[in-house]
Design a protein around this ligand. Sequence first.
Ligand code: UGA
Length: 433
Amino acid sequence: MRIVMIGSGYVGLVSGACLSEFGHDVVCVDTDIAKIEGLKVGKIPIYEPGLDEVVAANVKSGRLSFETDLKAAMEAAEAVFIAVGTPSRRGDGHADLSYVFAAAEEIAHNLKGYTVVVTKSTVPVGTNKKVAEIIKKVRPDADFDVASNPEFLREGSAIEDFRRPDRVVVGCHSDRARAVMREIYRPLYLNETPIVFTTCESSEIIKYASNAFLAAKITFINEMANLCEAVDANVQDVARGMGLDGRIGNKFLHAGPGYGGSCFPKDTLALLKTCQEYGTPTKIIEAVVAVNDARKIQMGAKIEKAFGGVAGKTIAILGLTFKPNTDDMRDAPSLVIVPYLKDKGAKIKAFDPEGMKEAKKHFEVEWCNETYETLQGADGLVILTEWNEFRALDLGKVKSLLKRPLLVDLRNIYRPDMMASAGFQYVSVGRPD
Ligand code: UGA
């Protein structure tokens, strides 16, 4: 198959590279000339483990290339994917679809022969229909179908998620488009990945409903963690006991400082807006959003309590990104927690393996180059993100560097009994101290 991927951001680049690995000829197109020039010489603009190798191997094999000129790229394309951003629109929380619609118009001008126009960007219900209308308006003669094909990739494990998805969802309204989509994902039939064929509308909802459901699951366990703290119960035992019920499932039941990232906060808000717009408001998602927003402040207060007040104290913070294995700081809990602590008069020393370049745009703290330098002379340590390198700290060294052996672990990566025998005052989430 000959495929064009419009948008070489996170989703476009990962999807384009992985589709070329499936054996297709893929051209990734982006209007950002510097980005495309960089990609041509192997410079990957985002941090995603394993992506550089997949890109390099497929560029070498000739199946993957990068262009700024859509017209040339589309010459013989059988499918064109739209993988541009759909950020929250300033002011109202709706998804901003201007990039999607601009891409649709440009595609329309360059269509040649039967083509499936596939939306991979996360778009509210009804968008694929609008994409089809835009194309028809520009080119009433065009021979095309639209298809909705949402992505379910997690940052940090996107390559694995693409290679071994739980499912592929495709919304389209013709057998011809279905056949093209089936061919694109043919390699996945080998490991019996279910492919859910449905309408564009249902497919669009599946994406938002999945993210909102996962966000609700996290928020639910976070509230149970609060109850556990109040009654000396253990939220990890509660999550395990719940999760073994196959109807509930054990994933996304890790209590923590609240969900962040480029997807859950944006998509829950957008779904909320869509539901309101269609006169079918959702109180559940409204509560999820509000509880998660409040949670980040609560975590600031939790740290303050553990330190017995933070004014004039130095706090060492390890981890700033919204989760490990990414440099993404979007809606990271640290963006609320660090300013909260600073406002209360704390001095912050911080280190993150990949996120500091981005974090520097958001707040000013004492930046450190590695873990143990961060701890030197601090009144206590706070772990905000569960990077692997923070999971096996040399506790003796930690203790000798800190003024006081205090660890606030908002990701529950240590065991309370182990920390107690190492002589630490240890505060975690939803577990007895
Ligand atoms: C999420 C979804 O998991 C993907 O399926 C989806 O494709 C993607 O959004 C998207 O829409 O593009 P991502 O945002 O990369 O992926 O990260 P997750 O691993 O889902 O984590 C999101 C947030 O929830 C993080 O802040 C994480 O720390 C938090 N989380 C996750 C918890 O607090 N507890 C958990 O049990 C799981």
